[in-house]
Design a protein around this ligand. Structure first.
Ligand code: 8GT
Ligand code: MN
Length: 559
C-alpha cells in the first residue's frame, strides 16, 4: 500500500520550502499564477474576511467569488471530498487545469514565508472518492508485464532513471535497483499519471521514489534530481565513466585525486589500460548513439566474418536493437552454429578475420565470466567454458545514406581493395578504409599521447569532451562498440534471452525464477533446484513456459 495518509501538521514549519525569499508586503498580486479562494464553509465569514485581507496585504490575489481564475482553494476543517462536492455544485473546475485543494496549513505557511510555499503532500486535501480516479494495476515483477517503448511518463521515468544512474555511479547498487524498479513501474503505466492516488497499491514505489514523483506532479520538476544533474560529482562521473573501460570505482578514485575532466586525465600521467586508452582515443565516437542502420551494417560485416570462417554459422542482433530500440550505446551479436560443438574455437577465428580486414580498432576476447560472477548457483555444464565473449571497437566507414548494398561488393577482396573513403562510399558499403589493420599503431599513439601529455591529434573541449584537432567531421569512419558472444546451440535460447535485455528485465527474470519458482536462470541454462536438474529449452517461449510466465516478446521487454 502506498503511504499516502495525510499527516496532521499541528505547528506548520516553513523550513523546507525552496521558493524565493519573502520580502515586503505591500504590492498587490505579486504572485502571478496564484489566485486564492478561501472557502467560507466551516471557516465562517468573519475569519474568511480577515484571512483574505491578510493575504492581499502580503501581495496575494484573492477572489471573493469562485471563478475559473482560481488556482488555489484553501479551506479549514473540510475533507477533500467535501470541498470537491462544494466545487462541483458551483459548476466545478472541469474543462481547465483543476485548482489545488489545500488545507489552511498551506495558507498559514505561505503567509509566514511571504510567498506561496511549495505544495507538499501534507498541504493537499485527500479525496477519498476514487470513483473517477483511474487506479493503475501493475504486476510486481517486470518480467510479468509488457513494457514497450511507448512511454507515457517520460519526465517521471527520466527523473527516476537519473537517480538510479547516480546511485550506480556511486556504487550503491541496492539504491540503484530500487530506483530502476520504480522507473520501470512508471514505464508500464498505460497513460500519463495525473495524481498520486492513481499509484495506490502499485509495487516497487518506495517513499523516496514517491517523493520524486509527487514533486514532479506538483511543480514540474524534482529539486533533488535537478541538483544531482547539476552537481560537479555527477558530471565528472559521467564524463569519466563515458570512457570505455572505466567503471564507477576507477572514476571515483580519479575524482578523489582531483581528476574531473578528460584533459585533467590526459595530463595526469595515470597509467591507463589498453581498453581505457582506446576508450579515450575514440571518446567522442563512442559517446555518439549507435543507430539501427549502423548496427545492421556491422551485422553484415560480422556475418561475412562468421560465414567465411564457419559456413552455416548464424548471427543474431541482440541487446536493445532486438527490443526495437532505434539507437543504443553498442551493437550486441550472438553467434551460434546449428550443430552442437561446431562453434568451438569460432570466436578467435572470427576475431582474426575481422582484424586482418582492418575492422577492429580494439578487441579483447574473454571467456564468459558472467556465470561465475553474477548468476550464483548454476552449475557449469560440460560446454560452459566454450562460451566466449569479445568486447571490441569497430572501425565503421561512414556513409551518407544507409541502404542496401549493390551486389558483389561484400567480398573479402572487395574489402581489401578499399583504399579510400571515396571508394568505400561509392560502393555504398560500410567497410574499413585502410587495407591494413592498424590497432597496435593506434594504441601506441594513444599511449604516447596520454603518457607524455602530448596532444597531437586531439584537445579537450571545454565541457571535458575530446575533440579531434583534425576536423572530426571529415574522418571517413567512426568507432563503434560491438560485443560478440558465441553460444553453443544447446544454450542458444538462454543466451538469446539473456542478451536481449533490458538489464532490469533480465534481473527480474532471475529474481522471479529464484524467488517464485526455486529455479536458477542464467544466459546458459535453467536449473530446477528442487528436482536437481536442468530444464532444456530450444526457444525463448519454452523458457517462459518453464518459468510459468506469459511469453513477453522482445519489444515488450523494455523495462
Ligand atoms: P544499449 O541500447 O544502450 O546498448 O542497451 P542494451 O543493449 O539493452 O544493453 P547492453 O548493455 O548492450 O547489454 C545487452 C544485454 O546483455 C543486457 O540485457 C545485459 O543484461 C546483457 N549482458 C551484459 N553483460 C552480460 C554478460 O556478461 N553476460 C550476459 N549473458 N549478458 C550480459 O550487459
Ligand atoms: Mn547494447
Amino acid at each position: 500500500m502506498v503511504p499516502l495518509k495525510r499527516r496532521k501538521v499541528v505547528s506548520p514549519n516553513v523550513g523546507n520550502n525552496t521558493g524565493a525569499a519573502g520580502g515586503g508586503d505591500e504590492a498587490p498580486a505579486r504572485f502571478p499564477g496564484v489566485v486564492l479562494f478561501l472557502l467560507e464553509r466551516k471557516m465562517g465569514a468573519s475569519r474568511r474576511a480577515f484571512l483574505s485581507q491578510l493575504a492581499r496585504k502580503k501581495g496575494f490575489q484573492v477572489e471573493e467569488v469562485f471563478s475559473d481564475d482560481v488556482t488555489h482553494v484553501v479551506s479549514e476543517n473540510n475533507s477533500g471530498d467535501e470541498v470537491r462536492t462544494w466545487l462541483d455544485s458551483r459548476g466545478g473546475d472541469r474543462g481547465r487545469a483543476p485548482a489545488h485543494l489545500l488545507d489552511i496549513g498551506w495558507y498559514t505557511e505561505s503567509m509566514r514565508a511571504g510567498h506561496p510555499v511549495r505544495i507538499l503532500n501534507r498541504h493537499k486535501l485527500q479525496q477519498m472518492d476514487e470513483a473517477e480516479v483511474v487506479v493503475f494495476s501493475v504486476p510486481s515483477y517486470a518480467c510479468q508485464r509488457r513494457t514497450t517503448l511507448d512511454n507515457h511518463n517520460p519526465v517521471l521515468t527520466d527523473a527516476l532513471s537519473l537517480l538510479a544512474e547516480n546511485a550506480e555511479l556511486n556504487d550503491e547498487e541496492g539504491r540503484s535497483v530500487a530506483f530502476q524498479r520504480a522507473a520501470a513501474v512508471m514505464k508500464a503505466l498505460p497513460e500519463p499519471l495525473t495524481g498520486m492516488t492513481q499509484l495506490r497499491g502499485l509495487p516497487c514505489l518506495g517513499e523516496h521514489s514517491l517523493r520524486v514523483v509527487r514533486d514532479i506532479l506538483e511543480s514540474g520538476a524534482s529539486s533533488e534530481v535537478e541538483s544531482v544533474r547539476q552537481s560537479e560529482r555527477y558530471k565528472a562521473l559521467k564524463v569519466l565513466t563515458g570512457i570505455f573501460g572505466v567503471g564507477a570505482k576507477t572514476a571515483d578514485r580519479w575524482i578523489r585525486e582531483g581528476i574531473h575532466t578528460l584533459r585533467q586525465l590526459q595530463h595526469s600521467g595515470r597509467a591507463l589500460s589498453r581498453a581505457q586508452q582506446a576508450g579515450l582515443e575514440h571518446y567522442d565516437d563512442l559517446n555518439q548513439p549507435v543507430t539501427k542502420a549502423e548496427a545492421d551494417a556491422i551485422g553484415e560485416i560480422v556475418e561475412r566474418a562468421v560465414v567465411s570462417v564457419l559456413p552455416g554459422a548464424r548471427i543474431t542482433l541482440t541487446g536493445g536493437f532486438r527490443r526495437g530500440k532505434l539507437t543504443g550505446h553498442d551493437a550486441d551479436f550472438l553467434i551460434t552454429h546449428p550443430e552442437e560443438g561446431r562453434e568451438d574455437g569460432l570466436m578467435s577465428k572470427v576475431v582474426s578475420w575481422l582484424d586482418s580486414q582492418g575492422f577492429l580498432l580494439y578487441q579483447k576476447t574473454t571467456r564468459n565470466s558472467y556465470l561465475e560472477s553474477k548468476d550464483g548457483p548454476v552449475r557449469p555444464t560440460s560446454n560452459m567454458d566454450r562460451f566466449e565473449r569479445c568486447f571490441s571497437i569497430f572501425k565503421l566507414a561512414k556513409e551518407e545514406k544507409q541502404g542496401p548494398k549493390p551486389p558483389g561488393t561484400l567480398t573479402e577482396n572487395g574489402v581489401k581493395n578499399q583504399n579510400t573513403a571515396e571508394d568505400a562510399r561509392s560502393l555504398g558499403a560500410h567497410m574499413q578504409v585502410k587495407g591494413e589493420a592498424s590497432p597496435p599503431q593506434i594504441d601506441q599513439n594513444s599511449e604516447n599521447q596520454i603518457r607524455s601529455g602530448e596532444q597531437r591529434h586531439r584537445v579537450s573541449s571545454e565541457d571535458g569532451g575530446v575533440e579531434e584537432t583534425k576536423p572530426a567531421g571529415h574522418k571517413p569512419w567512426r568507432a563503434v562498440r560491438v560485443d560478440l558472444v558465441v553460444s553453443p546451440i544447446s544454450q542458444f535460447a538462454f543466451a538469446l534471452l539473456g542478451w536481449t535485455g533490458s538489464k532490469l528485465f533480465e534481473r527480474e527474470l532471475r529474481r522471479w525464477a529464484g524467488r517464485e519458482k526455486a529455479m536458477s536462470l542464467s544466459s546458459h541454462a535453467l536449473y530446477a533446484t528442487k528436482q536437481s536438474r536442468y530444464l532444456r529449452a530450444a526457444s525463448e517461449e519454452e523458457i517462459f513456459a518453464h518459468l510459468g510466465l506469459e511469453f513477453i516478446p522482445p519489444s515488450a521487454r523494455n523495462a
